[in-house]
Design a protein around this ligand. Structure first.
Ligand SMILES: Cc1cc2nc3c(=O)[nH]c(=O)nc-3n(C[C@H](O)[C@H](O)[C@H](O)COP(=O)(O)OP(=O)(O)OC[C@H]3O[C@@H](n4cnc5c(N)ncnc54)[C@H](O)[C@@H]3O)c2cc1C
Length: 402
């Protein structure tokens, strides 16, 4: 029986192992002493592993036209069949899939059990240092051993959250074969904002629902609605993380990146709304007028910054009213940077889709060498899309007949 080695026992590597075990002897080499360090952290330990909304807009690449070659109905059907086969039972909340147990361990255990059931060998504490291709075989050298195989799958992940084992060394292995890798930026990560308007400590740890526009060189390029977290360095929360990949790309291309926050997106004409409210709550101070609409920490920060604390609505000048309305519904902050790979859930960039046969995930440059997961230049939004890419690429490896 021909032998396949898979480097990395993350979700994409284990899925590929299960798929390929039908036809090959499969060995998975994992540098960590345990399996699933990153997977166990996903979804804050609950593992959001899929999403029923599989619109292509949730996926990003430097070759956007090629995404549909991978993320398409046929491959997504394979993913759903795979969940059934390995015994994953979903609890679906607003389209977001979690294991019924609500624990990421259930997903990790399902993968490991299926591998063991299929006689896949998973060897831990095996850090792959180098790979050499002979005419028809590969020589794989780890810190402890040497292995040979007929096919090799690189599933080392990216350099996001390096403490889990995926620290970017996979890119070096690729470069040793002259396989190009695009620029890599952190994605799904918090952002640092310019500290010129107010003291960010004053809003630290406030969570609220808001709409956020991403403005690049003064042009709106994306809008997200949802929860944001106000922090002492800037902003976090799903809404912000969704924008972070684009922000990083922009900053690295010397573009000016700003976010414009509307803290009360459900109110269309905020000025008129506040006039009506002030008519009902006559003679109340602004603190009382805004109480119940916004978090009190935010109210205090806004009034302090605009120097209108303890004033009443009818004492405000027209400029003060405009400033107040703009602060609440159009707060513009300049983004200076994002947090680093240490904090990012994924990356944008990877091996270009043009360098891979998208029916089999074999690299164009090296016959018999396949790629899965975050090594490939597609990334997804928050909401289970990155794990979807792990399952999907793991199942596509080798093509239809394997
Ligand atoms: C905090 C956090 C929360 C997340 N939450 C979600 C979520 O809820 N939903 C979602 O869809 N996505 C989530 N993600 C993203 C998701 O976890 C990743 O997209 C996914 O794990 C990538 O899978 P992978 O197989 O490509 O790589 P990885 O999971 O990174 O696995 C790669 C494996 O390869 C091993 N390895 C690396 N180099 C070598 C080497 N040289 N030799 C041997 N072994 C090696 C590593 O140790 C690692 O075990 C989250 C990520 C983080 C960091």
């Amino acid at each position: 029986m021909k032998k396949v080695i898979i480097v990395g026992a993350g979700p994409s590597g284990l899925t590929a192992a299960i798929k390929l075990s039908k036809k090959y002897e499969v060995i998975v080499l994992e540098r960590n002493d345990k399996i699933g360090k990153k997977l166990l952290l996903t979804g804050s330990g609950h593992c959001n592993y899929y999403n029923s909304d599989q619109d292509i807009k949730h996926y990003h690449s430097n070759n956007p036209d090629l995404i549909k070659e991978l993320v398409n109905e046929n491959n997504l059907n394979k993913v759903n069949t795979f969940f059934n086969k390995i015994g994953l039972v979903p609890k679906i909340k607003n389209g977001y899939y979690y294991p019924m147990s609500n624990q990421a361990t259930s997903v990790n255990n399902a993968l490991i059990s299926e591998c063991l059931n299929r006689s896949v060998k998973i060897l831990t504490n095996e850090f792959v240092k180098s790979i050499r291709k002979n005419e028809n075989t590969f020589e794989v050298e780890t810190s402890n051993n040497k292995y040979t195989c007929d096919k090799l799958v690189l599933s080392t992940g990216s350099c996001a959250y390096p403490k889990t084992g995926s620290d970017g060394n996979g890119y070096d292995l690729l470069r040793s074969f002259n396989i190009p890798v695009t620029n890599i930026y952190p994605s799904l990560v918090q952002i640092n904002c310019k500290k010129d308007k107010f003291n960010y400590k004053d809003w630290d740890k406030v969570r609220c629902d808001a709409s956020v526009k991403l403005i690049e060189n003064n042009i709106e390029i994306k809008k997200e609605v949802g929860q944001i977290q106000l922090t002492d360095y800037g902003l976090s929360g799903i809404c912000i993380m969704q924008l972070s990949g684009l922000i990083n790309k922009g900053i690295n291309n010397n573009k000016k990146e700003q976010v414009e926050i509307n803290f009360l997106p459900e109110i269309n004409d905020l000025k008129q709304y506040l006039i009506n409210r002030s008519n009902i709550l006559k003679n109340r101070e602004l603190e009382d007028l805004l109480d119940g609409l916004l978090n009190y920490k935010l109210v205090n920060l806004i009034l302090k910054t605009l120097k209108i604390s303890h004033k009443k609505w009818n004492e405000l000048t027209n400029k003060e009213i405009d400033d107040l309305v703009n602060f609440i519904s159009k707060l513009k902050l300049e983004v200076t940077s994002t947090k680093s790979f240490d904090n990012s859930q994924t990356v944008t960039g990877g091996v270009p889709l043009t360098e891979i046969n998208l029916d089999t995930l074999e690299t164009n440059k090296v016959k018999g060498l396949y790629l899965t997961g975050e090594l490939i230049d597609i990334d997804g939004d928050c909401g289970g899309y990155n794990l979807t890419l792990s399952w999907l690429t793991g199942l596509v490896v080798g093509g239809q007949n394997d």
